[in-house]
Design a binder for this molecule. Structure first.
Ligand SMILES: *Cc1c(COP(=O)(O)O)cnc(C)c1O
Length: 418
């Protein structure tokens, strides 16, 4: 066969299709969090005094001993490729962490280090799912779950939960969603965007269902260290050998150590699955950044005391923001048990119109837009999390900003009428 590359043959080529994009690319939704944060940053850059509740990351600086470990790694020349699935020292630190925090016994072959927890999750779905598979995702959900399930050609099956049930599904809801095609259930407790933790009985029931129907649980435990009121996080894999075999636990250093920009996450599970995730990672990213891996070793094995101060500070803000939101007529907000988000219900405001004129509020998107344009307050509409009656506010921001933002929200809600 000869290749014809002359101009004449190129000229007669048919267009491939109206759009160059794959169906996969066309179906990928943008992150609602990043969108609002970008809009708020633009306003800020234009000199507008915006109060941002959009942040999906702690506002604390990465602790010094962790930064020093990265500087040290640089100085020592640890700037080359590492094993794709992570350096042995970091895998060892993760294995020890899972043992001491959750009583989970794993070896290095059960652990993979990725470029963020988000990347670990992506690898899990790529390794487990294919067309025809269903993945059950309780809503409100972190937007990347359904997107990543779709990228693996599988089908997200959503279960609706509300503030009335504390944003946890009932055991009956879980049972009803299971079909012979169920491949996995996503568990995220404490949750982004709601801060809710599932009751122990519900996690135990999910474990029993997973064993009975032989599906996987993908347990995203990224917020396990940020919990309040004496709540204790429960790692579902710790409930027994049978559920451990069917669980992939995902975690990372982003939220616990305020290391979102370093991009280190990890997953633990059966060696067969972890090794498949490793093969996928080999072909996509290779290793996570070498110096960030050394910093993550320092994070996991170094002092943890600062965390108590961080959580106490988050807790003070949580109490102020929950009380402040509930004091605004038309807004109700349940108390989150973990993470650093509140997810107030704003549906009582739908149908109202600004006295000063303007568009009637008909959705959480309208309300978020109203707050940003009228009050210069950035919140994330719940629609992107599969829950259009709510908005998400992150309290990973200063107390002064929280107080200022609450006052502005109260004023702009007062300006709404039937
Ligand atoms: C932030 C977050 C993650 C992981 O973030 P990475 O920075 O990729 O480690 C995972 N799940 C949820 C629910 C999150 O909010």
């Amino acid at each position: 066969m000869t290749l014809t590359t002359d101009a004449a043959s190129l000229a007669v080529a048919e267009p491939i299709s109206a759009s160059p994009l794959s169906r996969r690319a066309k179906n990928a939704l943008p992150s609602p969090t990043l969108a609002i944060t970008a809009k708020a940053s633009q306003l800020k850059a234009d000199g507008v005094d915006v109060v941002g509740f959009g942040a999906g990351e702690p506002d604390f600086d990465t602790p010094d001993h962790i930064k020093e470990a990265a500087v040290d790694a640089l100085a020592k020349g640890f700037t080359k490729y590492t094993p794709s699935a992570g350096i042995p020292a970091l895998k060892k630190a993760i294995v020890e962490k899972l043992q001491s925090d959750s009583g989970l016994t794993y070896g290095p072959a059960n652990v993979i280090v990725s470029c963020g927890g988000k990347h670990s999750l992506y690898n899990v779905f790529q390794a487990l799912c294919e067309a025809g598979d269903e993945v059950i995702i309780p809503a409100p959900y972190w937007v990347s779950y359904p997107e990543q399930v779709k990228l693996a050609d599988a089908t997200p099956i959503l279960i609706e939960t509300t503030d009335a049930s504390g944003f946890a599904p009932t055991i009956e809801q879980l049972r009803r969603a299971i079909t012979p095609r169920t491949k996995a259930v996503v568990l995220n407790s404490p949750s982004n965007p709601t801060g809710a933790m599932w009751p122990r009985e519900t996690i135990e029931a999910l474990a029993a269902l997973a064993v009975e129907h032989d599906f996987y649980v993908i347990s995203d435990e990224i917020y396990e260290k940020i919990v309040y009121d004496g709540n204790v996080p429960l790692s579902i894999a710790s409930l027994g050998d049978e559920i451990k075999k069917r669980t992939i636990t995902v975690n990372g250093v982003s939220k616990t150590y305020s290391m979102t920009g370093w991009r280190i996450g990890y997953a633990a599970g059966e060696a067969e699955i972890i090794s498949a995730m490793g093969r996928i990672q080999d072909s996509v990213t290779s290793n996570p950044t070498s110096i960030a891996q050394y910093a993550a070793v320092a994070a996991l094995t170094g002092p943890q005391e600062f965390l108590g101060d961080w959580v106490a500070e988050f807790d003070r803000r949580r109490q102020v923001i929950v009380a402040g939101l509930n004091a605004i007529p038309g807004i109700t907000c349940i108390n989150p048990q973990g993470a650093f988000y509140v997810f107030p219900n704003v549906s009582a405001l739908f149908g109202k119109t600004p006295k000063s004129g303007g568009k009637t509020i008909r959705s959480s998107d309208d309300f978020a837009e109203y707050l940003l344009t009228v009050a210069q307050v950035a919140v994330v509409p719940g629609s992107g999390f599969g829950a259009g009656d709510y908005v998400r506010l992150s309290y990973a921001t200063s107390m002064a900003a929280i107080e200022k933002g609450l006052a502005r929200i109260a004023d702009s809600v007062r300006d709404l009428q039937d």
